[in-house]
Design a protein around this ligand. Structure first.
Ligand code: NAD
Length: 266
């Protein structure tokens, strides 16, 4: 499969270049950056710390969509709408990993998905997506006698809490229990809180050092406790998941897909 990367000089973009180069079924044919980026014209292989591959960073996103069978986009929300339109125009599959998307971007992705396969996920790690599915399943099987607590830890620079992934795990647990997360969630505790309300889904946030991302979902019952844990030690897992998603689109009909579809756990 011919793969292009939008935002190829970013932190994730460089990881994606390495992940595509490492995938035997994939061929990296193009990469683009925002106009004026200092990496324009640089060989994308060299940019990612590998050997030169004869493909240089361009400023024309449309060129990427004319050369590729699938484009992986980890750039900025502002670029997602334009990339979704290009994917639709050229009938090229799109893997949309950029986070912080608003309603206009989601609408643009849904529009494009009527004409071409689109995979969108805020966390493309295979492990986290499996954890989401397991959390939903275990919450449904155990029922309300087991108290659910979600503990996450990230590096000291993270500015939001709980993490988006922790909230997604909470939503998966709530889904398994057939309740709405906003009504069940306790996002922090301090002081005399009173006893734990029945059915609550609690969150605890730890911050420190260079931790890439750790999430544990605890199901605490009378006399036993089940814990499901995921630990990311490298952002490479997100790139690997995105490349897997791109390869998965080969031969798929148009549609808006998630990582659950890619992993076959939908
Ligand atoms: P980054 O800032 O290092 O990289 C983003 C790159 O996109 C930059 O090089 C920027 O110049 C480029 N860019 C901006 N506008 C562009 C345009 N119009 N066309 C082409 N390139 C453009 O950020 P990052 O850490 O690599 O993260 C990128 C995005 O991926 C963020 O939204 C981040 O939250 C998201 N992310 C998603 C996952 C996931 O699993 N889905 C995992 C990690 C990060």
């Amino acid at each position: 499969m011919r793969i292009g990367i939008a935002g190829c000089a970013g932190r994730m973009g460089r990881m994606l270049v390495r992940a595509v180069l490492d995938a035997p079924e994939a061929c990296l044919v193009a990469g683009c950056e925002r106009p004026g980026h200092p990496s324009l014209g640089v060989d994308v292989g060299v940019l990612a710390g590998a050997a030169a591959i004869g493909v240089s960073v361009g400023a024309d996103a449309e060129e990427v969509f004319t050369l590729a069978d699938a484009v992986i986009d980890f750039s900025m929300p502002e670029a997602t709408t334009a990339h979704a339109r290009l994917a639709a125009t050229h009938r090229v599959a799109l893997v949309a990993g950029t986070t912080g998307l608003g309603e206009p971007q989601h609408a643009a992705l849904a529009d494009a998905a009527r004409l071409t396969p689109v995979v969108q996920a805020a966390n493309m790690s295979v492990g986290v997506n499996l954890l989401l599915a397991l959390t939903r399943q275990v919450a449904a099987l155990l029922g309300p006698d087991y108290d659910i607590e979600i503990v996450e830890m990230h590096h000291r620079h993270k500015v939001d809490a709980p993490s988006g992934t922790a909230l997604a795990l909470g939503a998966a647990a709530a889904d398994g229990r057939r309740v709405a997360l906003p009504a069940a969630a306790i996002r922090s505790r301090d002081g005399i809180t009173g006893a734990r309300p029945a059915g609550a889904i609690g969150f605890a946030t730890l911050r420190g050092g260079d931790v890439v991302g750790e999430h544990t979902v605890i199901f605490a019952g009378e006399g036993e406790r089940i814990e499901l844990t995921h630990k990311a030690s490298s952002r490479q897992v997100f790139a690997a998941g995105a490349v897997r998603a791109a390869l998965w689109t080969a031969g798929r009909p148009p549609g808006l897909y998630g990582m659950r579809d890619v992993l076959g756990i939908g």
